[in-house]
Ligand binder design. Structure first.
Ligand SMILES: NC(=O)c1ccc[n+]([C@@H]2O[C@H](COP(=O)([O-])OP(=O)(O)OC[C@H]3O[C@@H](n4cnc5c(N)ncnc54)[C@H](OP(=O)(O)O)[C@@H]3O)[C@@H](O)[C@H]2O)c1
Length: 201
C-alpha cells in the first residue's frame, strides 16, 4: 500500500514507519518541518496542497499535533478553540479533504488520547479534542464514499514518552510502544471501520 503518515518523524511515528516499511508498504512522511511533504494540520490549505502532491494513497495515518495543557480556572473558549485547531480540526480536515483524493477503499487512522475517557487535571482541552474525534469517527465511517474506512487510536501515555510526560500524570500506566504500533497496523491492514481503539495499559 501507499501510506501517508502525518507526524511520521514523531515519537509514535518513528516506531510505526519502519514497521510499515518492513511489511512492504511504501510510506510517505509529512510534517511541518519533517518528512518528504510539508503540512501544518492547523492550516487547512496546507492539507490540500499535501494531498495534491502526494497523489492517490491507500492509507492515511495521523500521529501528529498534541492538545496543550490548560488551567481550568483561567481557561477561555477562545483558548479551547485554538487548542482544537491542529489536533481536532486538522485531523477532521485530513478525512474531509482526503475522501476526495485518496484511492478507493483507502483508510484513515487518526489519533486521540485517553483524556476522552479519564479525567485528569489540566487536560480539559485534550479531553474535548479526543472525545470529539471519537464522535467524528463514528459518523464519518458510515458516510465515507468508495468503501473508505476511518478509525481512531486512543493511546494512554506511551512508554517512549514516560520521561517527557510521566511527571504530569503520576501513576498513569504507560502502554508499551510495540502494543500501540500493532493497533495502528491493524487499523491500516484489517477491514475495521468506525472503531475507537482504546490502547490503555
Ligand atoms: N506520546 C504520548 O504519550 C501520547 C499519548 C497519548 C496520545 N498521544 C497523541 O499521539 C499523537 C502523536 O504523539 P507523539 O508523542 O508521537 O508526538 P510528537 O513526538 O510530538 O511528534 C509529533 C509529530 O507530528 C508533527 N507535527 C506536530 N504538529 C504538527 C502539525 N500542526 N501539523 C503537522 N505535523 C505536526 C511533528 O513534526 P513537525 O514538528 O515537523 O511538524 C512530529 O513529527 C499526538 O496526537 C498525541 O497527542 C501521544
Amino acid at each position: 500500500m501507499r501510506i501517508l503518515v502525518v507526524g511520521g518523524a514523531g515519537t509514535i511515528g518513528r516506531r510505526l514507519v519502519p514497521e510499515l516499511r518492513s511489511r512492504g508498504h511504501d510510506v510517505i512522511m509529512a510534517g511541518r518541518t519533517s518528512g518528504q511533504l510539508r503540512v501544518d494540520l492547523a492550516e487547512p490549505e496546507t492539507i490540500a496542497a499535501m494531498y495534491r502532491e502526494a497523489g492517490a494513497v491507500d492509507a492515511v495515518v495521523s500521529v501528529a499535533a498534541h492538545g496543550a495543557l490548560d488551567e481550568f480556572a483561567k481557561l477561555t473558549s477562545a483558548q479551547l478553540h485554538e487548542n482544537m485547531r491542529a489536533k481536532f480540526y486538522g485531523q477532521v480536515e485530513l478525512v474531509l479533504q482526503g475522501q476526495h483524493y485518496a484511492a478507493d477503499g483507502a483508510s484513515f487512522t487518526l489519533t486521540s488520547g485517553i483524556f476522552a475517557d479519564e479525567a485528569w487535571p489540566h487536560v480539559t482541552g485534550g479531553g474535548v479534542i479526543s472525545g470529539a474525534l471519537h464522535s467524528f469517527v463514528l459518523s464519518a465511517a458510515i458516510e465515507l464514499p468508495r468503501r473508505m474506512r476511518v478509525n481512531v487510536v486512543s493511546p494512554t501515555l506511551v512508554g517512549d514518552s514516560e520521561a517527557e510526560f510521566g511527571d504530569h500524570f503520576p501513576g498513569m500506566r504507560p502502554v508499551p510502544m510495540d502494543e500501540l504500533v500493532q493497533q495502528y497496523l491493524n487499523c491500516v491492514e484489517s477491514d475495521i471501520t468506525g472503531t475507537v481503539v482504546r490502547a490503555y495499559a
